[in-house]
Design a binder for this molecule. Structure first.
Ligand SMILES: [Mn+2]
Length: 366
């Protein structure tokens, strides 16, 4: 298992690689080129510069988060082949700089959604929060604008400007796309991408929809165990896997997150884990919280144990953190709370690993 942190390059992050290097137990970053428009090839020369920068600080760049999928691919338009070709070239370029895992999502029109990016928790810290009625009563473009206005001047991953321009038309388009057609569009993408990912030895890791339910009537497909099963069956290669985001899946209180970890990590189909906690306020309202089990509704011990027991040997990052101790930065991606989260998770891992080894030792002597 490798513990990593997400990091945004070229001055678009309040957290430096120097600081990330000082977080105990962190071996690398999940990063990206935020300024390449969706659908274009990520240039090899820029990836080389990025890798050099990361490596110079004693960190690895084995995970990319995210290469976004062009909307025409999700819509199944004839122009998708051109964008898929660009995606394949990007994968080949990523392989040339040693990338091993690629996180992406297949959410139509909207990426992740929150209603408040700096919601005050009782202890005075700030976390991201979601209130469903607020979203349901809002014009989609206002949701997007509200999120961008709260981003403290940083780019918001998944909310690139070009994605927002055609939002109303895109939402209208999907009114005529059935869930089955949407799955077919996904399969078309996977059947093109997975053989290349396999040849390049890059594990594809789709991120669940966040939140894991439909917004504005749009298809949401990676939401629970049943849908993940359907997704993995679209293409059986082990290179077709998931990013298991405990906070996204855990926002739906019907999802048994440790059971989901056991099932899919057990099959070797989890290539990246995002671990964070959430507090449910109702079926569709939640606050993000500190990672600790007692701070939210997810049992982090059970989750980490499920990964350990499954023999998980890929990448984990503490997902979003709160803003604490006066830190200012990109919502969800300050240093302090993520560093605490990473070390809490590493502590759980060490305890579980050692207690397992002791048990094995005891058996061996018997
Ligand atoms: Mn996540």
């Amino acid at each position: 298992m490798k513990m990593i942190l997400r990091w945004f390059p070229f001055g678009d992050d309040s957290v430096s690689l120097e600081y990330i290097r000082q977080v105990p137990g962190v071996s690398g970053v999940a990063t990206c080129l935020t300024d390449v428009p969706v659908g274009e090839v990520w240039p090899l020369d820029r990836l080389k510069v990025l890798k050099e920068e990361v490596n110079k600080h004693g960190l690895e760049m084995e995970v990319i988060e995210s290469v976004n999928v062009h909307e025409d691919i999700k819509k199944g338009l004839p122009s998708r082949d051109r964008y898929i070709d660009a995606y394949l070239q990007t994968i080949e370029n990523l392989a040339k700089v040693g990338v091993k895992c690629l996180c992406y999502n297949f959410m139509p029109v909207l990426d992740w959604v929150r209603t408040d990016l700096a919601h005050k928790l009782p202890d005075g810290s700030e976390a991201m929060a979601y209130r469903h009625t607020q979203v349901a009563n809002m014009d989609p473009s206002l949701v997007a604008r509200a999120m961008r206005n709260q981003a403290n001047g940083f780019s918001l991953p998944g909310w690139e400007p070009e994605r927002l321009s055609a939002m109303a038309e895109d939402i209208e388009f999907y009114r005529h796309v059935s869930e089955e057609e949407y799955w077919n569009n996904m399969k078309y993408f996977l059947d093109a991408v997975i053989p290349v990912a396999e040849a390049c030895d890059i594990k594809m890791a789709i991120h669940p929809d966040d939140p894991p339910w439909s917004i504005f009537g749009l298809p949401r497909v990676i939401t629970d165990a049943a849908h993940i099963r359907t997704f993995l069956a679209l293409n059986d290669s082990p290179y077709n896997g998931i990013t298991l985001c405990t906070g996204s899946l855990g926002s739906d209180r019907n999802n048994d997150v440790p059971a989901i970890v056991r099932e899919f990590a057990g099959k070797g189909r989890v290539h990246f884990a995002h671990i964070r906690n959430v507090k449910h306020l109702s079926d569709k309202d939640f606050d993000e919280t500190a990672h600790l089990s007692q701070c939210g509704d997810l049992d982090m011990y059970e989750i980490v144990k499920a990964f350990y027991d499954a023999g998980f040997d890929a990448y984990i990052r503490p997902d979003h953190g709160r803003m604490i101790w006066g830190e200012r930065g990109r919502p969800g991606y300050g240093l302090f709370d993520r560093a605490i989260g990473a070390n809490y998770l590493l502590g759980l891992w060490e305890a579980i690993e050692k207690s397992n080894k002791n048990k094995e030792g005891a058996h061996g002597n018997a």
